[in-house]
Design a protein. Structure first.
Length: 327
């Protein structure tokens, strides 16, 4: 989503390496001084887990310090993210969060941390396009036909999701609002757990990640109608965007990015940002991420900060329009 400005980022990291700070152990020249842990607030096997393991491997190779990925799933990412929020702000404990990080304030009244103030955003690692799919039992062959079916059959459409409060859930709510149709949300405990009911026709449709659903699409078990990003997706190049398919202004995705605890020295954040940008530019890393249906992120720490704030505002509006109240 952001085009990494590698030369600028590298310059920041280079000058930071020679900056004078009060504690020598915190200078980029001495960081990392021990094992780095990347907390993934989700189960193994998903997009953020894949990105964390690729980045961790490359950081180990670059810096000679081991990087451990620690999966701490639960509460739409809140449990694992809270561990990092309360960790020592020295850059050795990081979180690789998903888009639910920006959605949670619209779903949960009292978070154990402040979504913005409790962290130092490091870098956006990737963006994951979503794809609108319908079960083969549904007659709709296009987005326009799906909307027409929904208007002609109020209350009959159901949309599955990987769980309440994630981007797939909120993508369905946004579609419901923009298309002005009545649909019922059916949450599951994970994307793949929703697939059997979608395939059997017990649910009508789903917004899912390209990585998770592309096998079912390829096998003809579900019908793909559109991708949710502003541009077409390479692995599904013939599929239109939602805007092209007849719903202009519709754009969603899920994403991942690295956070450090608030108070982590800016020089340490700059060194992490520069190195991860280098990693995201590596051909083997790009290929593995793109083959999994992910788009490469990158950019500055400030860009990622601004992105999170914009995402929070966007999803808060979706929640308000859908009548979702935080609990």
């Amino acid at each position: 989503m952001f085009t990494p400005t590698f030369r600028a980022v590298a310059a920041i990291a280079f000058s930071a390496a020679f900056a004078s700070v009060t504690t020598q152990a915190q200078t980029p020249a001495n960081f990392p001084s021990k094992q780095i842990t990347i907390v993934v607030p989700a189960s193994p096997g998903g997009a953020i887990d894949l990105a964390a393991r690729l980045i961790g491997q490359k950081l180990t190779e670059a810096w000679g310090q081991s990087v451990v990925v620690d999966n701490k799933a639960g509460a739409t990412g809140i449990i694992g993210t809270d561990i990092v929020a309360k960790s020592a702000p020295d850059g050795h404990t990081l979180a690789l969060v998903a888009s639910s990080h920006a959605i949670n304030p619209s779903m949960v009244k009292k978070l154990p941390f402040d979504t913005v103030k409790s962290f130092e955003p490091v870098v956006l690692t990737h963006v994951v396009p979503l794809v609108l799919v319908v079960g083969n039992a549904l007659p709709a062959k296009s987005v326009k036909e799906l909307i027409a079916y929904g208007k002609a059959n109020p209350g009959k459409l159901t949309f599955a999701s990987s769980g309440s409060g994630g981007a797939p859930h909120f993508s369905g709510e946004l579609f419901k609002t923009m298309a002005a149709i009545d649909m019922t949300h059916v949450p599951y405990k994970g994307s793949t757990l929703a697939h059997p009911d979608l395939l059997s026709g017990r649910t009508s449709m789903m917004f899912d990640t390209v990585a998770a659903i592309k096998t079912q699409i390829g096998a003809g078990n579900v019908r793909a109608l559109a991708v949710t990003t502003s541009k077409r997706v390479g692995v599904l190049a013939t599929l239109p965007t939602m805007a092209e398919a007849g719903l202009p202004g519709y754009e969603t995705s899920t994403w991942g990015g690295i956070l450090a605890p608030a108070g982590t020295p800016k020089t340490t954040v700059a060194k992490l940002n520069a190195e991860i940008n280098k990693i995201l530019a590596m051909p083997d890393v790009r290929k593995k991420l793109e083959d999994a249906g992910l788009e490469i992120g990158g950019g500055s720490a400030q860009q990622f900060t601004d992105f999170i704030v914009a995402e929070m505002a966007k999803w808060a509006k979706v929640a308000k329009d859908a009548g979702i109240q935080p609990e």
